[in-house]
Write a protein that binds this ligand. Structure first.
Ligand code: 13P
Ligand code: SF4
Length: 311
């Protein structure tokens, strides 16, 4: 699947060449999230989900990290690699779900549930992570929730990831009412219609989907988890309930298998803001740079480390 940017496709080899040259000069690495534009996926050194990309950031010996994703992802890389230059080609590419919980809101939640540990989805600001006990990602939320030594937890900001993880534990989970507007557009009737038209297709969904969509899925996985599941599966047809950008990687890695999108309006506009042009400009100018104040970074790092110790 190609997105509208293909209109400029003729310029891509030229831009990709210049990006490669600057990347070498800067000793840079390009980390790309699975929802990015196809041409940006094509220049990735590493393509992955939030967890995989942050782990890669933590162990790279590059001096510069160009993070093609949204703001919280680059911020997480800056927390994990305080000595490196972390660039986000389009600084306005935020995550609306991450913005749904503010420090005063989390303060109020904690005050209402004193002593209850806080698990925070990585789709959140560094400030929110710094106020949390544990982080989790879509790839490990179930395991983190199971492993936390408490009968009750607070889970922010995604109510759907929280309610999905809560299916696998007896713990009382108090979740915040945040959600991903993109995944929210995928409805059960979209899945039902595709299942009717393609009865052999396997339904794989991201845990940010609504509970009534998750109920219809054969597997629930992070974005990279979806790619691994499809790669291992003997099935030939898949209904992929997540942001449409993942289809490009799935088609490239699985020639012959067929993929159906429940809703072509399940697009995350922020994920499409990084382009070859602004990646090149970031490498040329070493801007826009993402930094996190030391004190916040230290406390956010602790919540991320505690996640990694648990799972
Ligand atoms: P993944 O960690 O599964 O890639 O998800 C990140 C995200 O923002 C999904 O909307
Ligand atoms: Fe945020 Fe949803 Fe976009 Fe992921 S797809 S970055 S959760 S708005």
């Amino acid at each position: 699947m190609r997105l509208p940017s293909e209109l400029r496709a003729a310029e891509y080899p030229l831009l990709a060449d210049r990006i490669l040259r600057f990347k070498q000069q800067r000793n840079a690495i390009i980390l790309v999230h699975n929802y990015q534009l196809p041409e940006v996926q094509d220049i990735a050194d590493v393509l992955g989900d939030s967890l995989g990309l942050s782990q890669h950031a933590a162990r790279t010996d590059a001096d510069v990290i160009v993070f093609c994703g949204v703001h919280f992802m680059a911020e997480t890389a800056a927390v994990l690699c305080p000595d490196k230059i972390v660039l986000l080609p389009e600084p306005e590419s935020g995550c609306p779900m991450a913005d749904m919980i503010t420090p005063p809101q989390l303060e109020a939640l904690k005050a209402a549930h004193p002593g209850v540990p806080v698990i925070t989805y990585v789709n959140s600001s560094a400030e929110i992570k710094a106020m949390s006990d544990y982080c989790c990602t879509s790839a490990n939320a179930v395991r983190v929730l199971q492993a936390v030594d408490a009968d009750e937890v607070l889970f922010v900001p995604d109510r759907w990831l929280a309610s999905y993880a809560a299916r696998f534990t007896d713990k009382k989970v108090h979740w915040h009412e945040g959600f991903c507007p993109t995944h929210h557009r995928i409805l059960p009737e979209h899945i039902e219609r595709l299942k009717h038209d393609h009865p052999d297709a396997v339904v794989v969904c991201h845990p940010e989907c609504r509970a009534d969509v998750v109920d219809l899925a054969d597997a629930v996985e992070s974005t990279t988890g979806i790619c691994s599941f499809v790669g291992r599966s003997d099935a030939q047809e898949f209904i992929i309930a997540t942001e449409v950008g993942l289809i490009y990687r799935l088609e490239r890695e699985n020639p012959g298998k067929r993929f159906y999108c429940p809703s072509y309006v399940a697009v995350c506009p922020n994920m499409k803001m990084n382009t070859l042009e602004n990646v090149l400009s970031a490498l040329e100018t070493l801007a826009p740079r993402i930094t996190v104040p030391d004190d916040i970074a230290r406390r956010a790092h602790r919540a991320i480390d505690r996640m990694l110790e648990l799972v």
